[in-house]
Ligand binder design. Structure first.
Ligand code: UD1
Length: 365
């Protein structure tokens, strides 16, 4: 009898991490039966469905339909529905990825039902407790049985927290599995030429962290920096950011219409990666994009005071930025003076099979 593995997907950055795991498990039908659970945290077509199509994921086996809301509403809503599901379906293991609210909600629920939990992307730490993701990471890592880490710095963080060596498994970066599989196809699409852009001669912007976008005055200051850049910038706007921009009429207030900033709706995986691959720089506050640009050797400015992914700075193309430091850093990139990246060890597209091998061994013990 194959063992039943619940794979939890909730929000946009989860889908490209779950896809290679689902595929690697589906290829082992004699030992594993992956069951895809979508909690519903992200629900717009272009924040969710398009990723299932692009990444070759089947429709979720179960959709919990929890949707948005406050952190407590999201977390409690997922826990209530997920507990019922676990009691009815009795999975042999629950696998969670990343650091979103559902990562923590489902791992706590499973652990209390004595169902083993595996956390992929374990051990990352920003040391910034104002970030909801840091709380999710700490709580998930405290209770997961298997901690799959992307890099040695994450192992070190876990060791410093007293985590037993046997729980820590350095397997590499799961997100890079999806990127390696997609990069050739994404490169050949025409998303950037359709916007009238030339390869290497534009930047890509993403912003959605509460600390950057929730306060309209702060967001205005960021948009003012963007409109002053002497380069076209494509900015696919996250729903959270769009809500603030629309409510406070920031498009008009910041003169975006007359600027070189091209506003777009959120894009699918392939279209977005086409823009990133052909861009000359990335300006972001995302976690995953720091890693993807390091892999692709694209200069990256991360508009945050800290990062849980320091290897993207020490080995990659990433640097932290403030609103004040951005213009100077952008200028350095435009003058061709940016550092080159060295792809971190085990960011090789083969992380999913390594994880599956460990899970098979764990479940057969
Ligand atoms: C969440 C994650 C964050 C991740 C980000 C990627 C947590 C704590 N945060 O933040 O780590 O980097 O996803 O996007 O889990 N909304 C829509 N349509 C959607 C999705 C969201 O309109 O498809 C709206 C929500 O209703 C909400 C806002 O956007 O008003 C924010 O969504 P939410 O999922 O709460 O947080 P994110 O900022 O997306």
């Amino acid at each position: 009898m194959p063992q039943k593995i619940f794979l939890i997907a909730a929000a946009r950055p989860n889908f490209m991490k779950v896809a290679p795991l689902w595929r690697a498990m589906a290829a082992r039908p004699e030992t594993l039966k992956p069951v895809l659970i979508h909690t519903g945290q992200h629900y717009d077509k272009n924040m969710s469905d398009v990723f299932f199509e692009d990444l070759g994921l089947p429709a979720p086996d179960v959709h919990l339909g929890v949707g948005g809301g406050s952190h407590a509403q999201q977390t409690a809503g997922v826990m209530l529905k997920f507990e019922e599901l676990c009691l009815a379906e009795k999975p042999d293991l629950v696998l969670v990825v990343g650091d979103v609210n559902a990562t923590m909600a489902t791992s706590v629920t499973a652990a209390k039902l004595h169902i083993p939990v595996a956390h992929v992307e374990a051990g990352l730490r920003s040391r910034d407790m104002t970030m909801p993701e840091e709380i999710n990471r700490l709580m998930t890592d405290a209770i997961a049985d298997l901690l799959f880490t992307p890099s040695a710095d994450a192992d070190e963080n876990l060791r410093n927290e007293g985590v037993a060596e046997a729980r820590i498994k350095l397997v590499g970066n799961i997100m890079i599995d999806s990127l390696v599989r997609s990069v050739a196809k994404a490169r050949d699409l025409s998303a950037y030429t359709d916007l009238g852009l030339e390869s290497g001669k534009f930047g890509v912007v993403t912003l959605h962290r509460p600390a950057n976008v929730d306060d309209p005055e702060n967001l205005t200051r960021i948009l003012d920096v963007l409109t002053a850049v002497d380069l076209p910038l494509v900015f696919p706007v996250h729903p959270r950011t769009r809500a603030v921009m629309v409510h406070h009429d920031l498009g008009a207030r910041c003169g975006l219409v007359d600027s070189r900033v091209i506003l777009a709706d959120p894009l699918g995986y392939y279209e977005f990666m086409n823009l990133v691959i052909h861009s000359g720089m990335m300006l972001t506050d995302s976690g995953g994009l720091q890693e993807e640009t390091t892999y692709l050797d694209i200069p990256c400015l991360t508009l945050r005071p800290n990062t849980e992914r320091p290897i993207t700075i020490t080995q990659g193309t990433n640097e932290l930025a403030t609103i004040e430091s951005l213009p100077g850093q952008i200028d350095t990139i435009l003058k061709g003076g940016w550092k080159k990246s060295r792809v971190p060890e085990l960011w090789d597209g083969a992380t999913a099979p390594r994880i599956v091998a460990v899970i098979e061994e764990f479940l057969s013990a």
